[in-house]
Each structure stands twice: as structure tokens, then as C-alpha cells.
Design a protein around this ligand. Structure first.
Ligand SMILES: Nc1ncnc2c1ncn2[C@@H]1O[C@H](COP(=O)(O)OP(=O)(O)OP(=O)(O)O)[C@@H](O)[C@H]1O
Ligand SMILES: [Mg+2]
Length: 601
């Protein structure tokens, strides 16, 4: 062995993005861990003291270095990873500049033990502020063990500007996580001030993400995958309902290198569109595998910025892939009544609690003094109902229906028209056994219509109705072509149209469709049809059903009669999953009696 590491010729060294490599302890962590990855290590151990201000040590079981290389490694522009300009455009390793160890060694006390396979003895090198102060043979396992102490000991101004150990540790953990996520097949350990922070076993990406961020994170992700000749995109993206206001777990990896990219981030955000609240950001762990010829990593000294030679393609593909993931999995958590997500909201079973015979209202009853023992132990539910203006539909339940959790809404025999009321022309408020239910009327209606449209689409087509006044608009020739090409899809959705020169004329629309939404429906459909990845039959049906439902649902601001309210509730709760709208948003919220009681404490 020996002589693997070579000095870069000057012309090549000059082509490399120059700049500060070591800014803080976390930069050292990044460089040392990347070297361990490049050395083919299977297990990488990071030991840190005081957020890295006192010690940063990385122990790997990679190839190690012989005596000559051990010394060469600390020279500027000395690397085993590239040797020509051509190599610069075919980078598969994390390192390529031959800068990191030289930079680190110039501002710290460094001690390295390293041994390649097949050697009896390894090499120990001690360097202080760039000067070799010791080199001798040493007993050490195969691999490299490098310790960096007293960072910036010789640059007091830099040392002074380091933040508290806690803040520096936060940055160290960020770097550690980025590398651990990029290499789930490797084992990692992180020890801070003698405490084990992470011990990560080799596994797949999903296992690694949950090992790093906790089991809960696993339930919040949707897988994504897309492959073209140019790039392969894979990984996970967050379910919309878990998007957060603060930036959190957003990761892009290009050829297993963590990169920051506002441009790609925008593509993801774009894909979420209206699915998440304004200013909310979803989590994502997105990997790009691409021929290194198509990426430039030599833009910034820290290598966290990259450039694809065809940025627009990556952007569009990423957006489409994320959209596809969001659509495909519907973001519908499986609702399980038995599992207890909704157990508190079963309507009352006729039984002792609710069958107080004709209750007299006590004139002395004061609802604000709890625990008045007489004449009633507690205000009965019926009294509460009177106070709130509700009549408990639950009381009227024939026992046979008691097991149907939401039979209250199917109860057409007893006129339960009083069991709900509309509030703010937006919510339907209703009463179930253990509390109040506030139903979002628009979303509830979308959910109901979505299922109906989906059925119709699956069975063939949505019934449509001739428009009394055909709707016309102008489209670009390319758009008209696209619409013509997808005539079948449109007809399936109940839209009949003619193309007359540049005029696009809709002559029939689905029954119940609100024609004020035609323009938006068409524009969105066009955007969807022009997606690079054509949606499969199933996905397209879901997409159409959702858009049709949104365009046909009664809006917020629309007054509903009691009868309409009851019908809507009955339809909503006959759905398999009434809790969520097809776009993942909540259809209703509940206020349990307990919650309400607590508000009165
Ligand atoms: N942990 C290690 N195991 C084996 N060899 C290593 C290790 N760390 C460094 N080396 C060797 O030392 C060389 C110099 O490392 P250094 O980090 O300074 O540069 P680089 O990794 O080549 O490029 P970059 O500056 O981009 O990181 C590497 O090219 C590699 O051959
Ligand atoms: Mg390196």
C-alpha cells in the first residue's frame, strides 16, 4: 500500500471552490464523519465533549492508512479521491478537495491513530496548529481513530465566537443526523459528555428515520418513488396534517450527500399546494440518485449546495412525485371505532344514566355551584339539554340501534330535527352521548360527494346534465390539444365539450355541479393533465372525484335547513371514514363533556 494519497496538481487545486472549511465544531464533525464514510467504514462512532469545544473524536472501522498516507492526509490539496479535472465531474465520494484534515489540523490539537488491514502496527500522529509534533508506531485496530481537541486554540477571536456547548451540540447533532440518514446501512454511535445519545443499527431508510426521530415520525410519512433515465427520486414525505409551522425535518440528499436547496424545497411546497395551512412546512426525506456527471458539487466549500445540469426537469419531476405520493395514499388514517379513536362519542345507550323520569327543574338550581347535593345530585343531562337548547336525541333511542355508534343520525322515525343546529353558516353543531360534535359542513359534504363520485367513476361515468347556457372560454392551442387528447377523461367526469377554433365550450356538466366553479375546475384539470407523470387509472379517478366533489359541495356561508343538516350528518357518518375529508383535513371536532367540565373549573 502507501502512496494512495497524492497532492493535487496546482491547476486542479485552483479549480476547487475555496473557502473556509471549519467554522465550528459541527464542521469538524461533518468532515471527519464523511472521511469515515469514504473509507468504507461499517460502524462510525462519534464522541463529543462540551458540544465539541473540548473534544470531537471519530472512530471508524474503514480502510485505515499506512504510515505514508497518515502523514500525507494532513497536507493541503492531498487526496486519494480525485486526480484529474475529469474526476471533478464524476464525484462519488463525499470528499474530493484534500482540504479538510489540513484545515482542521491548522486550528486544533489533533491526534490520529490509523492502521490498514494486514499491518501489525498502526501509526500515531500528533499535530498541533498544523505542526507534526509526534509520529510513531502504535497498537491500534484496523481503521482510523481521530481526535480533535481545543478547536481554535490558536485563533482566540474564533474561539470567543463559538456559542454555548448546548448550541454547538445542536449543530453537531444536525450533522450527525444528516450523515446517519444518508447511510441507513451503516451503524452509528453518538456519545456526548459520556452519555450515549444515539446508537443506530444498520437498517433501511424507514427504520433509520424512526430510530433518529422516534416511532411517531413513521406514522406521519408517505413513501415516494419515481425513476427516469435522468434521476431516481425516493424517500418519504410528510402527511399534510402533520406539517408544522416551524422548520423541522426537511432533508434532501443528492447521491447521499445532504444538500440545502430552496429551489427544490419550493417544488415540494408547490406539490402540497392547498393541502397544508399557509406557512406550514411538511417533513420530508428525499433522495436523488443521479449520474454524478449531471451534478456540480464544487460550488461551495462546504459542499451543501449543488447544481443539476437540468434543474427544471428535477423541479418538475420532484413536484409531480410528491403530488403523486400525496394523492396515492389519500392521507386517510384508518379510523377504527373499536380502537377507541372515537369511543367517547357513542350515542347514549338507553340505560340508567339517561332515563331519569320526568325531571323537575329546581328553581333553586344554580348551574354555577357544583356539587349541590339537593334536590338533585347533579343537574341531569336533560336539564343541561334545556340550558343549551338541545333536546337529547340520544334519549329517544330504540335499544336496537344503540350499538350503531352514530345511529342518532339515522333516526328518521323520531323526528330529531332539534338534535343539530347550524352555526356561522359553516358548522353543524350536534350532540352525542359524551359531548358536542362540530361538523364542518363544506368538508363533510365534499367527503360524502367524493365517495359518490368515486363510485360513479369506477363504474363508468358521472351522470351529466345539459347546460342551459353553455360555458365558453379561450385556451391556448396546446391546451386545447391536451383537452382533446383527454376527451375521454372529461366525458367520464360528466363534462361534455366542443372545440370551435380557439373557443372551448362546455355543453354539459355533472348533475349538481356548481357551474361557478367550472373555470377553476378546468384550469386545475389542465394542470393535472399536463403533469409529467401521467396518473394511473385509480389515482386519476380519485383526483377527479375530489375536484368534482369540491366543485359540487355546498359552501361555507350557505344556510341549511334542519332536514338538510340531518341528512348531511347521516350521510357523513355512514362513510367508512367520516373523520377526514379526502384531502386529509378534519371533518369535525369533538368537545367531550370532560373538556367542557374542565373549562368550568
Ligand atoms: N477516516 C479515514 N480513513 C481512511 N483514510 C482517510 C480517512 N480520513 C482521511 N483519509 C485520507 O486522507 C485524505 C485526506 O482527507 P481530507 O478529508 O483532508 O480530504 P478529502 O476527503 O480527500 O477531501 P475533502 O477536503 O473534500 O474532505 C483522504 O483523501 C483519504 O485518503
Ligand atoms: Mg474529507
Amino acid at each position: 500500500m502507501g502512496g494512495r494519497i497524492k497532492l493535487l496538481p496546482e491547476y486542479l487545486a485552483n479549480q476547487i471552490a475555496a473557502g473556509e472549511v471549519v467554522q465550528r465544531p459541527a464542521s469538524v464533525v461533518k468532515e471527519l464523519m464523511e472521511n469515515a464514510v469514504d473509507a468504507g467504514a461499517k460502524h462510525i462512532k462519534l464522541i463529543v465533549k462540551d458540544g465539541g469545544k473540548t473534544l470531537i473524536q471519530v472512530i471508524d472501522d474503514g480502510t485505515g492508512m499506512d504510515e505514508t498516507d497518515a502523514r500525507m492526509a494532513f497536507e493541503r490539496h492531498a487526496t486519494s479521491k480525485i486526480s484529474s479535472t475529469e474526476d471533478l465531474f464524476n464525484i462519488r465520494t463525499k470528499g474530493f478537495r484534500g482540504e479538510a484534515l489540513a484545515s482542521v489540523a491548522s486550528v486544533a490539537h489533533v491526534e490520529m491513530r490509523t492502521k490498514p488491514a494486514g499491518s501489525d502496527l498502526g501509526t500515531l500522529i500528533r499535530i498541533e496548529g498544523g505542526k507534526v509534533v509526534l509520529q510513531e508506531p502504535v497498537q491500534t485496530p484496523v481503521g482510523t481513530n481521530i481526535a480533535v481537541k481545543n478547536l481554535f486554540f490558536n485563533v482566540p477571536a474564533r474561539r470567543k465566537f463559538l456559542k454555548s456547548p448546548q448550541v454547538e451540540m445542536r449543530h453537531v447533532i444536525d450533522e450527525f443526523q444528516r450523515i446517519a440518514l444518508a447511510y441507513p446501512e451503516l451503524a452509528f454511535t453518538l456519545i456526548h459528555n459520556g452519555n450515549e445519545v444515539y446508537h443506530l443499527y444498520p437498517g433501511n431508510l424507514y427504520q433509520r428515520i424512526t430510530a433518529v426521530f422516534g416511532k411517531k415520525m413513521g406514522d406521519r410519512l408517505l413513501p415516494l418513488e419515481q425513476e427516469t433515465d435522468y434521476v431516481r427520486i425516493s424517500g418519504y414525505t410528510g402527511k399534510p396534517e402533520f406539517a408544522k409551522l416551524r422548520r423541522g425535518e426537511q432533508f434532501f440528499f443528492v447521491n447521499k450527500r445532504f444538500v440545502k436547496s430552496p429551489y427544490l424545497h419550493k417544488a415540494v411546497m408547490d406539490a402540497y399546494g392547498g393541502l397544508i395551512g399557509e406557512r406550514k412546512i411538511p417533513s420530508y426525506f428525499i433522495f436523488f440518485d443521479i449520474d454524478p456527471q449531471h451534478v456540480d458539487v464544487n460550488i461551495h466549500p462546504t459542499k451543501t449546495e449543488i447544481k443539476f445540469d437540468d434543474e427544471a426537469t428535477v423541479y418538475n419531476l420532484l413536484r409531480a412525485t410528491v403530488r403523486h405520493a400525496l394523492g396515492k395514499f389519500d392521507q386517510m388514517p384508518s379510523l377504527d371505532f373499536e380502537g377507541g379513536i372515537l369511543p367517547d362519542f357513542r350515542p347514549a345507550k338507553p340505560g340508567k344514566t339517561y332515563t331519569e323520569p320526568s325531571v323537575q327543574v329546581s328553581p333553586s338550581f344554580n348551574p354555577f355551584t357544583e356539587g349541590t347535593d339537593k334536590p338533585f345530585d347533579k343537574p341531569s343531562r336533560k336539564e343541561i339539554d334545556r340550558f343549551t337548547g338541545f333536546v337529547s336525541a340520544a334519549n329517544d333511542f330504540p335499544s336496537g340501534e344503540a350499538d350503531n355508534p352514530l345511529a342518532v343520525f339515522d333516526d328518521t322515525e323520531n323526528d330529531t330535527g332539534d338534535a343539530s343546529f347550524q352555526w356561522a353558516d359553516k358548522y353543524i353543531v350536534t350532540y352525542v352521548r359524551d359531548g358536542l360534535l362540530l361538523v364542518h359542513q363544506y368538508r363533510a359534504h365534499v367527503s360524502v360527494l367524493y365517495e359518490e363520485f368515486l363510485q360513479e367513476l369506477k363504474q363508468g361515468s358521472v351522470p351529466s346534465q345539459l347546460l342551459m347556457f353553455p360555458w365558453e372560454t379561450d385556451y391556448l392551442p396546446a391546451e386545447l390539444e391536451l383537452l382533446e387528447k383527454h376527451r375521454k377523461v372529461l366525458e367520464k367526469s360528466g363534462i361534455r365539450f366542443e372545440i370551435d377554433g380557439e373557443v372551448f365550450r362546455i355543453t354539459a356538466a355533472p348533475t349538481g355541479f356548481d357551474n361557478r366553479h367550472l373555470k377553476r375546475f378546468m384550469d386545475e384539470l389542465l394542470a393535472q393533465l399536463s403533469e409529467e407523470i401521467p396518473a394511473g387509472e385509480d389515482d386519476l379517478n380519485k383526483y377527479l372525484a375530489l375536484r368534482l366533489a369540491q366543485a359540487s359541495a355546498i359552501g361555507t356561508g350557505q344556510t341549511l335547513s334542519k332536514d338538510e343538516q340531518q341528512k348531511l350528518l347521516a350521510r357523513l357518518f355512514s362513510l367508512e371514514n367520516p373523520r377526514y375529508a379526502p384531502d386529509g383535513k378534519k371533518n369535525f371536532i369533538t368537545l367531550s363533556e370532560n373538556e367542557i367540565n374542565n373549562r368550568f373549573l
